[in-house]
Write a protein that binds this ligand. Structure first.
Ligand code: UDP
Ligand code: MG
Length: 243
């Protein structure tokens, strides 16, 4: 089973197209699936639109947070109720393309515990792209895992890794660096990235700067890595794949 987890905040104009695009792709695959949309305390009509879509399709599950908690915490709320053997995370603003989902699944089938999306032709401003470049370098330094695009929300996670994330890192604001520390193996694929059609980015430069500072001061990669190796020793299931 496949679980899609999508956090949204004030994405009223995008909701119908996001859900219909996903259903078109997922219906063409031969897996049962669920689409978990987490409304991160939207102030517009996002939630009522989602309720309308949910009423006609039981595979769509809508979670509403009481207030705007931030994208990472919305992801955790979705992770908590996800049931899939593979969990796919993505943005709910049409910048990620559901047609890329089969590419993630192909990499997961190769045995990777996580597959990261890389927006190699990214449709964002030069300033945003330069900041991301610096962030990717710095996060790679801290975690010891070099990824091209730590800021991309589009990724696939196996259930084994999701269980570990939920037991060892639940609530951590920096999900991708956490995954880099706890995953046995991470693959990377180039994905499409569309320009935003409706609405604006929820991340101002000030917000990005504050998040970066918070990460630099608070994220302890070594702590998670120690937890990961202890987990491997405790669970013989994972002994083979580590060496
Ligand atoms: N988002 C959210 N809570 C927030 C901010 C953003 O759930 O507090 C969602 C947003 O609705 C979108 C995704 O996170 O689905 C990515 O946000 P955005 O497109 O603004 O980020 P960008 O693509 O500019 O990095
Ligand atoms: Mg976006």
């Amino acid at each position: 089973m496949l679980s899609l987890v999508i956090p949204v905040y004030n994405e009223e104009p995008n909701m119908a197209e996001v859900c219909s695009g996903l259903r078109t792709t997922l219906d063409s695959l031969c897996f049962p699936y669920e689409i978990i949309v987490v409304d991160d305390g939207s102030k517009d009509r996002t939630f009522s639109i989602l309720r309308g879509i949910q009423a006609n399709d039981s595979r769509i599950k809508v979670v509403r947070l009481a207030k705007n908690c931030g994208q990472a915490y919305a992801f955790w709320a979705g992770f908590d109720i996800s049931k899939g053997d593979v969990i796919i995370t993505m943005d709910g603003d049409l910048q990620n393309d559901p047609a890329d989902i089969p590419l993630f699944l192909k990499e997961i089938e190769k045995g990777f515990e996580a597959v990261n999306g890389w927006r190699h032709a990214r449709n964002d401003s030069c300033v945003r792209k330069s900041i991301s470049c610096l962030a990717n370098w710095f996060i790679g330094l801290k975690t010891g895992v070099k990824l091209h695009d730590y800021g991309c929300a589009f990724m696939a996670i196996r259930r084994s890794l999701m269980d570990r994330l939920l037991s060892r890192g639940r609530g951590c604001r920096f999900i991708k660096p956490l995954i880099a520390c706890l995953a046995q193996s991470i693959g990377e694929i180039r994905i499409r990235h569309h320009p935003r059609k409706h609405g604006n980015s929820k991340y101002s430069l000030l917000k990005i700067f504050k998040t970066g500072l918070h990460f630099a001061l608070s994220f302890k990669a070594r702590l998670f890595k120690r937890q990961a190796s202890r987990f491997i020793i405790e669970n013989p299931r994972y002994l083979g794949s580590k060496t």
